[in-house]
Design a protein around this ligand. Structure first.
Ligand code: FES
Ligand code: FES
Length: 152
């Protein structure tokens, strides 16, 4: 089947019920999307499907032909970071880092839908993305900074 990932059409020969997370990591060599729980409880595997934040551990690839899939590798480029990635660096959000690609993808989708979120909006929208290191205050600060940067 053919999947569009980070703007490129990619052919994959896998069972249609394989979770997208496995296809990204094992077939397409895109390890930035992380396996945390496998049961939609942690958010580590978050990617964008047609611009919406989705848990890739729960998305069957057979349902995704014709969609636009974006992973953290495709959100920005090293020399042109997405505003969320820039803010994450500036605020040194990551601790162990394991959850952070999912946090970044969730935050980018949040800002695309709500360019100037309140603390309550952020807490609500990010509540499904767990961080065992407790980086939540820096995540919130970085999202506000990214929102300001995106406003110009
Ligand atoms: S690995 Fe998908 S939500 Fe935890
Ligand atoms: S930075 Fe360690 S789990 Fe979030």
């Amino acid at each position: 089947m053919r999947l569009n990932v980070n703007g490129e059409d990619r052919e994959v020969d896998v069972a249609p019920d394989m979770p997208l997370l496995w296809v990204l990591r094992e077939e397409l060599n895109l390890p930035g999307t992380r396996y945390g729980c496998g049961v939609a409880q942690c958010g580590a595997c978050t990617v964008h499907i047609d611009g919406r934040a989705e848990r890739s551990c729960q998305a069957r690839v057979g349902d995704l032909e014709g969609t636009q899939i974006t992973t953290v590798e495709g959100l920005g480029q090293p020399d042109a970071l997405h505003a969320v990635q820039r803010a994450w660096v500036d605020h040194q959000v990551a601790q162990c880092g394991y959850c952070q690609s999912g946090q970044i993808m969730q935050a980018a989708a949040l800002l695309a839908a709500n360019p100037s979120p309140t603390d309550e909006d952020i807490d609500f929208e990010m509540s499904g993305n767990l961080c065992r290191c407790g980086t939540y205050p820096r995540i919130r600060a970085a999202i506000h900074a990214a929102a300001r940067a995106m406003e110009g």
